[in-house]
Ligand binder design. Structure first.
Ligand code: GLC
Length: 539
């Protein structure tokens, strides 16, 4: 990997800060906790960390409601902790990507407090989207937009005006047509770039500009506008003008040494429209949620892989892959939960890590963690839960590190209970329990990430599909140096013939009765299993 291209093929590990490691014993993960676990992350073999928001926040939406973009929330530490963490990360060869949340602030942000205190039409209100209501007394919301967390996207304030919040009422949307808003965020980017961050993950990157006049969406099938995401353009998403913002941000990133990058959390109705966020004058990458949404079948994965690679070709950028994040049920559970779900998740991980581009891993997936489905309702903190009955808390349960009882080394002995309880069954998932066990998911990830790092073919190699039986995905990555690695994934329920001869490097399940993965070329591949083979001559 050449230094300047680090993000093109990076394995990026998402740290959900609240749930990663608690150093000060308050039951909430923190920056010092991340710092203490950097050796673990270095040994795991990832290239970069993406930290979810750790800024000053009332935590209505887990920190995606920011009250001060330049301050660390006391629950997570302070700026000195950040500086110490990033210095150690860089020394360990790990890059740091931080979240930027530009679509909305917290309702506790000084700008919003000033807007509430000011009169309709004031410059303070102009930073947000305040409007008069409809109906005789203005008692109806200004339009029919719905919040992604359920209910109307408008809340009325004392003097009768309404403000827009695409998410929780505690997350008022900013007015990105206001130059003051643009200048503020450009300064926030510089603040963190000056502190050494290697990149940004841009939250709701497609949402900042709303269609002129805030037109109604109109009736939608199923009644929930959010269901249209990615399938139809909504007046509050993916508006052409949003690209002006990124064209202003890119020169800022480029003005810093060391190849700083930005990845968009963007949704668009077609791959072509998503590709518009990426390029030399906009952002470096966008998340590819189609891979996460694919079902565990050869057809579904193949369609997404071909579509994503074609889309990346359109803009000459590498694609990204993701199986889990802090907003979606963990993929072990999506694939069927229990041992069967884990077996499939391990095969999917080898598929993802063999594809060209960068892979975003979510903390705990390297441990094979399932979604926690039976959290008591009173523990759930997702603001969507009371309104929709859906909650993202089950994928945010703190990481189990060691020991035999909750919270499994998440915090120091005698500390406060973790903010979400881990199930007692997680004793078998701890880092301690899995370390050194060749059959564990942790050792599978370590082995795969090591091979991915060491093999130029997996870093920068081209991808060529091989002929294979139905329900089998087989492709070769070929490096410039003549090296070649094949990835074969059997997505069927029966053993299949391996279509290429080579030396197994990593497999998601034992390849023969002896449990060996370093055996000579396997003739058959067990159901729902993946293997990487080093090819001596390309087949
Ligand atoms: C993004 C985040 C999600 C958050 C939302 C609002 O989708 O990933 O966690 O709730 O934005 O900021």
């Amino acid at each position: 990997m050449t230094d300047s291209l680090w993000w093109r093929s990076a394995a990026v590990y998402q740290v959900y800060v609240r749930s990663f490691a608690d150093c000060d014993g308050d039951g909430i993960g923190d920056l010092a906790g991340i710092r203490s676990r950097l050796p673990y992350l270095r040994d795991l073999g990832v290239d970069a960390l993406w930290l979810t928001p750790f800024y000053a926040s009332p935590m209505v939406d887990g920190g995606y409601d920011v009250a001060d973009y330049r301050r660390v929330d006391p629950a997570f530490g302070d700026l000195d902790d950040f500086d110490a963490m990033i210095a150690d990360a860089h020394a360990a060869g790990l890059r740091i990507i931080v979240d930027v949340v530009p679509n909305h602030t917290s309702s506790a942000h000084p700008w919003f407090l000033a807007a509430l205190a000011a009169a309709p039409g004031s410059t303070e209100r102009e930073r947000y989207l305040f409007r008069d209501g409809r109906g005789p007394d203005g008692a109806e919301p200004p339009n029919d937009w719905q919040s992604i967390f359920g209910g109307p996207a408008w809340t009325r304030v004392e003097d009768g005006q309404w403000y827009l919040h695409l998410f929780d009422p505690a997350q008022p949307d900013l007015n990105w047509r206001n130059p003051e808003v643009r200048a503020e965020f450009e300064d926030v980017l510089r603040f963190w770039l000056d502190r050494g961050v290697d990149g940004f993950r841009i939250d709701v990157a497609h949402g900042m500009i709303k269609a002129e006049g805030l037109p109604d969406v109109g009736p939608v099938p199923g009644g929930r506008q959010i269901g249209l995401l990615g399938k139809a353009r909504l007046p509050y998403f993916d508006q052409d003008e949003v690209h002006e913002i990124y064209r202003a941000w890119r020169p800022i990133l480029d003005s810093y040494p060391g190849d700083r990058m930005a990845v968009a959390e963007a949704w668009a109705e077609t791959p072509q429209r998503l590709a518009r966020y990426i390029g030399p004058d906009e952002l470096h990458q966008a998340f590819n949620f189609d891979f996460l949404d694919a079902t565990f079948t050869a057809d579904s994965f193949r369609k997404v892989i071909d579509g994503s690679l074609a889309e990346a070709d359109l803009v000459g950028a590498p694609t990204t892959w993701v199986l889990s994040n802090h907003d979606k049920p963990r993929h072990v559970t999506r694939y069927g939960d229990g041992p069967a779900g884990l077996h499939r998740a391990r095969a999917a991980a080898l598929l993802m890590l063999a594809l060209p581009g960068s892979a975003y891993l979510y903390q705990g997936e390297e441990l094979g963690l399932p979604e926690v489905l039976d959290l008591p309702d009173e523990c759930r903190q997702d603001p969507a839960f009371p309104r929709t009955g859906e909650s993202r808390d089950g994928c945010r349960v703190p990481v189990p590190w060691s020991g035999t009882a909750p919270p499994f080394g998440f915090g120091p002995e005698g500390g406060a209970p973790a903010w979400l309880p881990a199930p007692a069954t997680w004793r078998e998932y701890t880092v301690e329990a899995q370390t050194g066990d060749p059959g564990s998911t942790l050792e599978l990830y370590r082995a795969a990430l090591r091979v991915r790092r060491d093999q130029p073919a997996l870093r920068d190699g081209t991808l060529r599909w091989l002929e294979a039986e139905p329900d089998v995905l087989a492709f070769v990555r070929e490096g410039d140096d003549g090296s070649a690695i094949a990835c074969v994934v059997n997505l069927s329920g029966a053993p299949v013939t391996v279509p290429v001869a080579g030396r197994p490097l990593v497999a998601s399940a034992p390849l023969d009765a002896s449990g060996s993965v370093t055996h000579a070329t396997p003739a058959v591949l067990a159901p729902e299993t993946a293997v990487w083979l080093e090819l001596s001559s390309v087949g």
